[in-house]
Design a protein around this ligand. Structure first.
Ligand code: ADP
Length: 465
């Protein structure tokens, strides 16, 4: 047949084909409803004829949007795996070459291969590297990119046999893509892959645990609770590192503690194994316990995910992981009250140092958190959140800057008193948390919460400013 003749002449081996891709949807966890959308794409391959007969248009390209490591590449492979078709992939940064014309010819070659080996999925990673809106890039590099982008547009358009080759591209920046790329018939379908939630993280950990010798009582919830904000790639890595821990110790099963250590490693780097005196452990424990104990009182900070005094090489000695509402904290939507609460929590280590060791024995272990408190207080005043400076009229007048500093200082002092008060009233809880930290070095969310339940947390009246 014609196809065989063409193959015979084409001695060149496919360069972009990934052999042995055997990923299934069951390998991708925590997808929820997104899975249905992807199952539909599989149907474009398996039931293509049915779609065509009924006049339903098959999309030329699907855009998977989301942050790095959430599993976009894995999903594209799973689509190919489930449909039983070939998988071709390239990273768009490979298109962007110094030599004019190289990018465009790579795109051409990629699609030629994909068509010769159809049905197939073409996966383009980091589409934004080449698909940035034209005109945004100046200079000769920009011209080269234009040629590549044009070729990509031509390739996307150029299928008679729509449905035989489907392009899936990933990007974290759908907003900067050239409008020509997202026009109907091209990348006209967008699927957002968000970071996994708590349940998603449990599922992802379990998928990666499938092929590993896990202890029967592994507490996936504990690990998922302390990894808020992490993506699939990081969670997969945690399971791998936990397996290495197990091997290193000559054990045969991966335990919760292996995973816990690995999660800490993922977040904070290598464990610092230097010997430390009991006094040092205790001092760090007081410092961290104080933050956690003060934080549980506040609505935006009370979600303590993990408390530890296990030091990390080149980084902080201890650490309290608080789950914070990302919109409020990262995108600057803090209310006045939660900013004050934040300042109070940051001052807790300093307050504890004074209460436990006395004015004369103060160390500088709290220097960093005290700095955070000071700068947050300045934000508070400079942002016009305080009573005196309500409203922004007259705001930047130079001679008022001194006033502003004075007021920031007042706020720091007020929050400091408040931190001390909370710590005094929660002495029992503090002692319990410190004891357990010194003993175990780390407390999971559950362990910390049961101490709070046992010893109570007494919240003082909010201050009036
Ligand atoms: P992206 O393409 O979004 O940057 P990848 O697909 O390359 O992310 O993810 C890298 C690795 O992380 C995957 O090969 C897989 O091992 C793991 N991973 C990421 N997301 C998931 C998920 N949802 N389920 C299971 N594993 C995942």
């Amino acid at each position: 047949s014609g196809a065989r003749v063409r193959r015979a002449h084409n001695k060149r081996l496919p360069q972009y084909l990934e052999r042995g891709v055997d990923v299934k949807f069951s390998d991708v966890a925590g997808l929820g409803k997104i899975r249905l959308e992807l199952e539909e794409i599989v149907k474009f391959f398996t039931h293509g004829e049915m779609y065509r007969r009924r006049g339903v248009k098959i999309p030329g390209g699907i855009l998977l949007c989301g942050p790095p490591g959430v599993g976009k590449t894995l999903l594209a492979k799973a689509v190919a795996g489930e449909a039983g078709v070939n998988f071709f992939s390239i990273s768009a940064s490979q298109f962007v070459e110094i030599y004019v014309g190289v990018g465009a010819s790579r795109v051409r070659a990629l699609y030629q291969e994909a068509r010769e080996n159809a049905p197939s999925v073409v996966f383009i990673d980091e589409l934004d590297a080449v698909g940035r809106e034209r005109g945004l890039i100046k200079g000769s590099g920009g011209q080269e990119r234009d040629a590549t982008l044009n070729q990509l547009l031509v390739s996307l358009d150029g299928f008679e046999g729509r449905g035989e080759v489907i392009t899936i591209a990933s990007t974290n920046r759908p907003d900067i893509l050239d409008p020509a790329l997202v026009r109907p018939g091209r990348f006209d379908r967008k699927i957002y892959i968000p970071k996994p939630g708590l349940i998603g993280r449990i599922e992802i950990l379990k998928v990666h645990a499938r092929k590993k010798p896990m202890a029967e009582d592994v507490d996936y919830m504990a690990i998922a609770s302390m990894t808020d904000g992490m993506v699939g790639a990081e969670l997969a890595n945690i399971v791998e590192v936990a397996a290495i821990n197990m091997m290193r110790d000559g054990r045969t099963e991966i335990t919760t503690d292996d995973l816990l250590q690995a999660a800490q490693m993922e977040e904070r780097g290598m464990l610092d194994r230097k010997e430390r005196s009991l006094d040092t452990w205790k001092q760090v424990a007081i410092n961290e316990a104080a933050m956690a104990v003060v934080a549980v009182n506040y609505p935006d900070l009370k979600n303590i995910e993990f408390v530890t005094i296990a030091p990390r090489a080149g980084r902080e000695l201890g650490y309290v992981r608080m789950k914070m509402d990302p919109i409020k904290f990262k995108e600057g939507m803090l209310t006045r009250q939660s900013l004050l609460d934040h300042i109070t929590v940051q001052l807790a280590p300093r307050a504890a140092d004074e209460l436990w060791f006395g004015e004369d024995q103060l160390s500088t272990i709290w220097a960093e958190t005290a700095d955070n408190a000071r700068s947050a207080a300045r934000t508070y005043v400079l942002g016009g959140l305080s009573e005196k400076h309500h409203g922004l009229s007259n705001f930047w007048v130079a001679d008022r800057l001194n006033d502003l500093d004075t007021e920031a200082l007042q706020i720091v002092n007020m929050c400091y008193e408040r931190a001390k008060e909370i710590l005094r009233k929660n002495r029992k809880l503090m002692d319990a948390v410190v004891d357990e930290l010194v003993q175990k070095k780390s407390l999971t969310k559950q362990e910390f919460c049961s101490l709070v339940e046992l010893h109570g947390s007494i919240k003082p009246m909010p201050p009036s400013i």
